[in-house]
Design a protein around this ligand. Structure first.
Ligand code: BDP
Length: 705
């Protein structure tokens, strides 16, 4: 009886829910059936089969993905055959030597799609190229572009397109807001969670080809024989999807694991230990990618502990990799306590080492000089180390961007950095061109995104966080793509293809980052967030473990004005940039308002280019920024009919939290800065109803253990 009731209940549930709720697991690879039958037919005519030699695991992954994707989109099975023979109307996969690929020369991972004898051919010099071509073809269908007569060709502009996981061996994720780590170390190597494969598919679909699986604050554990076996098992899952595995290394590993008394990079026993470790790694993982290193930074050990410099450390590791095909990515995120301006630290330590690094070393630089703020000027090291390939590191996990409750699409942030002109070799020497190697003719080029991925069913906590993973990969492949075009693609593949909703949502994504900046750190304010957890506002923070962990160190509010003078009258950090940049940013009258308080201490009463005084402009931005979250809510509501109900509700709820917290930011910041400016909140805005003491008490709750 009970069973029968359960059965009936299930039947009812199935009957009332025509499609299953979208839990976000499938990311942008949904492959739901195209609703319009005529449209489906059009695609079906040119995708009747997939012909693949299937000679490698990568080619098999490519054909399996096409079969799965087209099968879903067309609502009918698509067979995979070994060869097209005389059949037409299908998709043919073919690996060809570069010389035979017509048109633009293709790089090893570049693909070409073209029509031949009524078939669509996906080709490239390697099987990985064909895999990327397969995903490109699927994207065409997912975004409802025509397939017939298709002619596409694309090569990645950057060679190493990396995700950096800040995942710890105990399953936690540093600055992770989407559950715990997706890597299940205690189950590996015997059990391979099917999720690893879906992760690899998602990465491949946007061209990510390298994965640093562990936190830069690294545990030595990963270099033990036990863990190398586990890492090898993961590498085996990622390999058919064109991804190599890399490890973050703990500098003192030779001591912790090897029993040596030192980790001095010039010590012969240390060198030997790393060389043997590299051999062991390549024995287990023949395509191991190499090492990522955070050394002498935030308490991590490093070569400076032995009186050596970063180049000594990096070069020793590069030599340890020896004949193996791996690289060392050495991070430049360093800042010693007691410095008058943290902005200058990395430059001062690294720039003099230009030309001293082994050819296998790349130096990994965060996009801005401080630390992943919502808006930073580009890092002055870009354009200042011509002899060293530099990796651009951006953060996808929203450490400083409202965790997983604030909707912030990062396409515009990443593009802003990429398009910044360093003037290193004259105008047009953008960060993108420094990083892709064209400015200084480097053979190696790399970009890294700190992953926002976790064990949450939808991978990224905030459903729109997926767009940041997606946008990073797409820009890593081709930094010339526009952030709006990427947002459109992601929206169509993930949320809806209904044209009006696509427009509404793309607009919403496009504005979201500026909105976040306005209600948190407008006009170039930075580092005024909650201590250590980095959540919510704490502009009053004046005491911390170090002065450069406080907020007052950065905003320098006083009775005269606000902002950090980094011109010649102040720290002169501006002098680290090329003269053309100095000229633009060095004068408070001409400095773009977005960077104003990064470089100038501006009087409260000074009139800005908007016609408002600094105080009035600041208050206006906080108020209009917070109000814009209501606009985001309205946009989301407008698109509702086109959205999956569960997904709609999820984001709508998060937007409510976002609005509440935007008001925290607004109230905390205007009330606090008002104590210096001593001016009223300008009309038409109404002063906060709570007091500074109230808001302090509320946001400081989040600091309690
Ligand atoms: C900071 C994070 C810290 C990271 C560090 C890094 O707060 O958790 O370890 O960056 O990048 O933003 O090394």
């Amino acid at each position: 009886m009970l069973l029968r009731n359960v059965f009936l209940l299930l039947l009812c549930l199935v009957a009332v829910s025509p499609s299953r709720a979208d839990d976000g697991y499938r990311l942008w690879l949904k492959y739901d059936r195209i609703a319009d039958a005529a449209e489906r037919q059009q695609y079906a005519r040119v995708a009747q089969f997939v012909a693949s030699p299937g000679t490698t695991p990568v080619l098999r992954a490519a054909s399996a993905e096409l079969q799965r994707g087209l099968g879903g989109l067309l609502g009918q099975p698509v067979p995979v055959v070994a060869s097209a023979g005389s059949r037409t109307g299908g998709i043919v996969l073919r690996v060809e030597a570069p010389a035979r690929a017509a048109g633009q020369p293709l790089k090893a991972e570049g693909y070409r799609i073209f029509s031949e004898k009524n078939n669509l051919v996906i080709t490239g010099p390697t099987d990985r190229a064909v895999l990327y071509g397969a995903f490109a073809l699927l994207r065409q269908v997912q975004t409802r572009q025509p397939l017939a007569g298709l002619s596409l060709s694309s090569s990645p502009r950057i060679e190493y397109r990396m995700l950096n996981h800040w995942d710890n061996p105990n399953g936690t994720v540093e600055r992770g807001y989407a559950g715990s780590s997706i890597w299940k170390w205690y189950e590996l190597p015997e059990r391979l969670d099917p999720r690893y494969t879906d992760y690899a598919r998602a990465n491949a679909s946007v061209g990510i080809n390298g994965v640093v699986i562990n936190n830069v604050n690294a545990s030595a554990r990963y270099l033990s024989a036990e863990y190398i076996g586990k890492v090898a098992a993961l590498a085996g899952v990622l390999r058919p999807y064109g991804q190599r595995v890399y490890l973050s290394v703990f500098w003192a590993a030779p001591k912790v694991l090897g029993g040596l008394s030192t980790a001095d990079p010039l010590d012969p026993a240390v060198k030997q230990w790393w060389a043997a470790k590299s051999d062991e790694l390549y024995q287990a993982i023949p395509d191991f990618g190499g090492f990522l290193v955070k050394a002498n930074s935030e308490g991590e050990p490093g070569p400076q502990d032995y009186g050596r410099n970063h180049a000594d450390g990096a070069n020793m590791l590069a030599q340890a990799l020896g004949r193996h095909d791996g690289v060392v990515m050495w991070r430049a995120f360093v800042y010693k306590a007691g410095s008058a301006d943290r902005f200058k630290q990395a430059y001062e330590e690294f720039q003099p080492l230009d030309g001293k690094f082994d050819p296998k070393v790349l130096v990994q630089v965060k996009n801005g000089p401080i630390d992943f703020m919502a808006r930073e000027p580009f890092h002055p090291l870009f354009g200042a180390m011509p002899q060293t390939p530099l990796v651009l590191e951006v953060q996808l996990t929203q450490e400083y961007l409202g965790f997983a409750t604030h909707l912030v699409y990062l396409g515009p942030l990443i593009k802003e950095v990429l398009e910044s002109d360093t003037y290193a070799k004259g105008p047009g020497s953008t960060v993108a061109k420094v990083v892709d190697g064209t400015v200084d003719h480097h053979a190696l080029s790399a970009i890294a995104g700190v992953a926002n991925i976790g064990s949450d069913r939808n991978w990224t906590g905030h459903p729109v966080g997926q767009a940041n993973w997606y946008a990073f990969g797409r820009l890593a492949w081709d930094h010339e793509l526009s952030s709006a075009a990427i947002a459109r693609e992601w929206t169509k593949m993930t949320l809806t293809t209904e044209p009006a909703a696509v427009r509404t949502l793309t607009d919403m994504l496009g504005q979201s980052r500026n909105i976040y900046v306005r209600y948190t750190m407008p006009l170039g304010l930075h580092h005024i967030m909650g201590e250590s957890i980095h959540y919510g506002p704490q502009p009053w923070l004046a005491k911390s473990g170090r002065p450069d962990w406080t907020a007052v160190y950065y905003h320098k509010a006083d009775s005269i004005g606000l902002g950090f003078d980094r011109t010649a009258t102040g720290s002169n950090a501006l002098a680290l940039y090329k003269p053309a940049v100095q000229q633009e940013w060095g004068n408070a009258q001409t400095c773009p308002l977005n960077y104003l308080l990064w470089f100038h201490h501006v009087p409260w009463t000074q009139r800005l280019s908007t016609g408002r005084t600094l105080w009035n402009e600041l208050a206006t931005r906080y108020y209009t920024g917070a109000d814009s979250v209501i606009w985001l809510q309205k946009q989301w509501a407008t698109a509702r009919p086109a959205l999956d109900p569960a997904l709609y509700a999820d984001v709508a709820a998060r937007l409510q939290t976002q609005h509440k917290e935007a008001l925290w930011w607004r109230d905390a910041c205007v009330l606090y800065f008002q104590t210096f400016a001593r001016q009223p909140i300008p009309a038409p805005f109404t002063p906060p109803t709570r007091s500074l003491a109230d808001i302090k008490q509320l946001v400081q709750l989040y600091q309690l253990k």
